[in-house]
Design a protein around this ligand. Sequence first.
Ligand code: GSH
Length: 149
Amino acid sequence: MTKHSHAQQQKRHLRHNRQSPPPPTTAKLGSSLSTSSFDEDQMATARKLVDQMVASSRVAIFSKSYCPYCMSAKRTIKGLNLPAGVTTLELDHEKDGAAIQAYLLDKTGQRTVPNIFIGGVHLGGNDDLGSAQRSGKLKQLLEQSEPQA
Ligand SMILES: N[C@@H](CCC(=O)N[C@@H](CS)C(=O)NCC(=O)O)C(=O)O
């Protein structure tokens, strides 16, 4: 009989009980970003919602409620004190959130949130918002999208 020290036995025990990584989850929000993962109805709904929101909003923010970059972007936009026209959609609260994100990727080439549009023009994410603020591009886009009196 081979004898093992207590430490050796404990090591073997730990190795045996080591947690294996969880299996990849499927159909989770953001995990399936190809439009081909969704049926035609879902994609048509997503397309209509996104295009309408972008066209009717001075600032459109596609966001996720728990995302820190989104929180930062929403704070920046709030700080602009625009009188109206800011629309935010939290994709993690939407039934069709994953299809919307897939359509946004198709439309803009951007797979992350926040995904921001100003006056119908795609701006990008939170980093892009910061750069646009520093460069004056944000001001210019906001001026272009100013509602006519
Ligand atoms: N550099 C990007 C980072 C954005 C980012 O990484 N967002 C995460 C959420 S916090 C994301 O979209 N992850 C993929 C997903 O949720 O599908 C920015 O400034 O907007």
